[in-house]
Write a protein that binds this ligand. Structure first.
Ligand code: UDP
Length: 236
């Protein structure tokens, strides 16, 4: 269930399949690693072999970004639905609540994960949050120990990309967690510190437009999209 763009794998699972797989993984004590893929990351990975290998090590590379959907269509692939990092996080919380699994929030500035936790509990009252820890704790051993003692099933790592992905791969073996997801700035968004696009923009797949208006410097990222699509199209 993978499609490859410029050397980087992307999973073609829908939300429904991902939900089922993740709960199965937890029940079978299987470790899985979720990474969000967008055109910017693929272009970066094309020039960075370590990053490429890292992204390809993930169990589920979710298609975050309309550019990946267009690339899949160009290649006659099957990726039809965008799965964003933050929506995957929310889906995992919903599944955790439903199936009695617990989550751990690791990352972001001091206090933010705590605020995100309160917001998640408001949204999913039955959700078990096994613990939170900010992303600036220097003592690695303390981080590992805190997470292990919490006995969390799912760990969200918000250290920014690709730092969080390297961190996950480096520490997976020492952690008795089943599902790992790198979630970037999601805790900042959930805590309300950063605003997500209004519903209108989300519904029409125009989140990029909203972000462009809110943060004009993003043009530097978005301008890469046509070049990405051209490369994919030419790639045999
Ligand atoms: N962060 C962290 N520890 C670090 C560096 C970054 O916890 O050593 C956090 C930072 O506070 C922010 C997130 O990582 O919450 C990075 O978010 P950003 O939106 O930059 O990541 P992206 O989604 O672009 O990968």
């Amino acid at each position: 269930m993978k499609e490859r763009f410029l050397g980087v794998d992307v999973s073609s699972h829908s939300y429904e399949q991902l939900k089922k797989n993740v709960i199965d993984d937890i029940n079978h004590k299987k470790q899985s690693f979720i990474v969000a893929i967008n055109p910017e990351k693929i272009l970066k990975a094309q020039q960075d072999e370590n990053l490429r290998n890292l992204l390809n090590k993930a169990t589920y590379q979710i298609p975050d970004g309309v550019g990946v959907l267009v690339a899949s269509r160009l290649k006659k692939g099957n990726i039809k639905e965008r799965v964003t990092g933050i929506d995957m996080l929310l889906t995992l919380c919903e599944q955790a609540e439903e199936h009695g699994k617990s989550v751990f929030l690791y990352g972001a500035k001091p206090g933010i994960a705590e605020e995100a936790k309160e917001e998640l509990v408001r949204k999913y009252p039955g959700l078990k949050i096994a613990g939170v820890l900010d992303g600036y704790e220097k003592d690695e051993q303390k981080v590992i120990q805190t997470i292990n003692e919490s006995q969390a099933d799912i760990l969200f790592v918000a250290l920014g990309s690709p730092k969080q992905e390297y961190w996950i791969v480096d520490h997976m073996d020492e952690l008795n967690v089943s599902i790992f997801q790198g979630v970037g700035g999601s805790f900042d968004v959930i805590s309300g510190r950063i605003k997500r696009a209004p519903d209108f923009f989300l519904r029409f797949g125009l989140e990029w437009l909203y972000r462009l208006i809110a943060e004009p410097w993003r043009i530097k990222r978005q301008i890469k999209l046509p070049a990405f699509l051209l490369k994919v199209w030419r790639d045999k």
